[in-house]
Structure formats: C-alpha cells, structure tokens
Design a protein around this ligand. Structure first.
Ligand code: PSU
Ligand code: MN
Length: 334
C-alpha cells in the first residue's frame, strides 16, 4: 500500500524516483510493472467499476494550477457517479494505474514532463523518466491493467489540413487496437470533425452518442454533425460494448456525451477563434505533436479565457458521465 502522507513537496519530489506500490504482473506477462493504487486494485478484483483517465491533459492540456484542480475534480466526479478513478502515467520505467494525490501534484507542477503517445511509450519506459499519457497510450495501459472503461473530454482526431500534413492523432489508430470503451465530449473543432468521424467509420469503431443526437465538439454542444447512433439508456450502452467484443472485435467503442448547457460555448464564437489560431500556428510554423497544445492556448487567449473555463467544466462533467456508464457496465456484467 502507498504511503500518501510522507512524501516530499511536489517540486522536490519530481526529482526523486517514485516509490513502487501495489505492483502486479500485467495480463500480457510482458514484465512491464503496473503500479496499481490499492483502491483501483481492490475495485478490479471485486468487479467494481473503474474509469481510466489520461495525464497528458494535466501536463499539457491546462496551465498550473488549473490543471491540478481539474485533475482532482475529475477524480471526484468519477467517484460521485459510483466508480473508482485510475489516473494513468509513467514514472521510473513503471506504469502508474491510479495516481495518488501526491502523484497528481507532481505531474501538475513539474515542468518538462514529455507528452507520451503510443509510439513514445516503449521509449519512455526504457529510459525511466516521467511521462504524461495521451488518450492513445492511456488506452494501451488501461487494457494491460484490465480496465474496460476510459474517460477523457477531448480525443485527438484528424487535423484540418491532414491532406497535406498527414496529421492524424494516434488516438484514432489506438481505438482500432484497444478493447476499451471510451467516453468523451467528442473532439475540439481545432480538428476536422467530419474526417475524424469518417476515419472511425472506415475502421469499424462504433460511435454512439449518449442522450444526444449530434457528435459534440467538446465545449460546443454540437459539431453540427449527426451521430450515427443515439442511445439514452446506460444499460443498452453496456450491451453495445459487450456485443462489440463478443462479436470478435478487438477495438474501442466510442461514446460521446455533450457539455452541460451552462458550460457550452457558442459554435460560431469558437469557430472564429479557431480560424485565427490556425492562421497564427501556420505563421509560426507550429506542427506535429505540439500543435494541439498551441491551438488550445491560442483559442483560450482569443476568447478571453472563456474556452479554458469551459475546458475544465467539460473535463469534469464528462468524467461524471464516464463514471456513470462504467458503473452501468460493471452492473451489467454481474
Ligand atoms: N484534445 C483536447 N485536450 C487535450 C488533448 C486533446 O481537447 O489535452 C490531448 C489528449 O491527451 C489527446 C492528445 O490524447 O492531445 C492528442 O494529441 P495528438 O493529436 O498529438 O495525438
Ligand atoms: Mn499529431
């Protein structure tokens, strides 16, 4: 069991190797240590619902200290709907499955923690430093840990100029490989959401929208694109997830939930800010895996902090729905 109290303050702590805790051999027997929190380990053994959460949103998605407060509120939201949160990250060659508050503080306050997507995961594990997992690499870790549900507000997708840059997030490719149900608020309109949905369809990834007709655009309630399936009943969603895997698919099921009305940002306002931010990024030559963070910060600035606020609210409300759907799924399996 982990000692939550006796750790050094966050900034010093980042320099020290993390103390191994509830280690368990992972299901693939690969020998990569999974460092379970006691709470997550117990929940999984009892068949109680657990929701995997990414850490790149903590290190790269929001500035300090909003990232710290958001990460904690996201965990509370998962708990409030009857599930156990498992925030995922990398440290000292180990995969953390369920961060302690001290871990979250270290990740939120340390600077220079690399963004780790699926392709980076084996490298960072070999090198032994800290790493913040994206949706893609978090799904790899969640599956190794035996966690069937994952929640993140904004997934990566096909970028708007993908026909020239070929910039398609590894998140989408990972959905075709990981047997995990992913609850999200869609994707931000910094991406080409039509192409993102086409990609998911081509790769046979089921897309369902919970209690809404449209694919949401993160803090915009609708992207203007209709979802292929609307399902309002949590038990039916649990059946969809199980049916997908029972019919031999080894991929994710994507479940969207829109932002709450009071948190939503007007679509035209968001679109104008995105257009300006994209033009700035082009001028400054920003590309590759740095583009997402750049655009998010730029849009937030252009909207006077409005989208940053909405960002936090959506992270929290999505996690609440993720917890609710994971709980329904665990109940369905009993
Ligand atoms: N979208 C957001 N906020 C985020 C991200 C995406 O609204 O923080 C992060 C997530 O960690 C996601 C990653 O998995 O960006 C995708 O990055 P890329 O496009 O480089 O694959
Ligand atoms: Mn990319």
């Amino acid at each position: 069991p982990r000692d939550h109290g006796a750790r050094a303050p966050a900034d010093q702590d980042a320099e020290l190797p993390r103390q191994p805790t509830g280690e368990r051999v992972n299901q693939h027997g690969s020998g990569i240590p999974l460092d379970f929190s006691e709470e997550v380990s117990e929940a999984l053994q009892a068949g109680n619902p657990v929701v995997g959460l990414e850490s790149n949103v903590i290190t790269h998605g929001l500035p300090y200290p909003n990232n710290l407060s958001a990460a904690k509120q996201v965990e509370e939201a998962v708990r409030s709907s009857g599930s156990v949160p498992a925030t995922i990250g990398i440290d000292s060659g180990r995969i953390i499955i369920g961060m302690s508050d001290t871990d979250i503080e270290r990740f939120a306050s340390a600077s220079g923690i690399p963004k780790v997507s699926s392709r980076d995961l084996p490298v960072i594990l070999a090198q032994g430093g800290m790493g913040a997992t994206t949706v893609a690499s978090s799904l790899v870790c969640a599956e190794l840990a035996g966690i069937p549900f994952f929640s993140s507000a904004g997934i990566g997708g096909v970028h708007r100029d993908a026909e020239t840059t070929m910039d398609i997030s590894s998140d989408l490719i990972q959905f075709t490989r990981s047997k995990v149900a992913v609850v999200c608020a869609g994707a931000k309109n910094i991406l080409d959401l039509k192409l993102t949905m086409e990609y998911l369809e081509t790769h046979c990834v089921p897309l369902i929208s919970y209690q809404s007709d449209d694919f949401p655009a993160f803090y915009c309630a609708s992207s203007g694109i209709r979802s292929p399936h609307r399902i309002d009943d949590e038990e039916v969603i649990a059946r969809v997830v199980e049916n997908h895997w029972a019919t031999g698919s080894n991929s994710s099921v994507l479940i969207t939930t829109p932002p709450r009305e009071e948190d939503a940002v007007d679509r035209d306002e968001a679109e104008a800010a995105v257009a300006a931010a994209l033009a700035d990024a082009e001028k400054e030559g920003i590309r590759g895996n740095a583009i997402t963070k750049y655009l998010m910060r730029a849009v937030d600035k252009l909207t006077g902090g409005r989208t940053g606020e909405a960002n936090m609210a959506v992270l929290i409300s999505t996690a609440e729905v993720g917890g609710r759907l994971a709980a329904a799924h665990a109940k369905h399996l009993r």
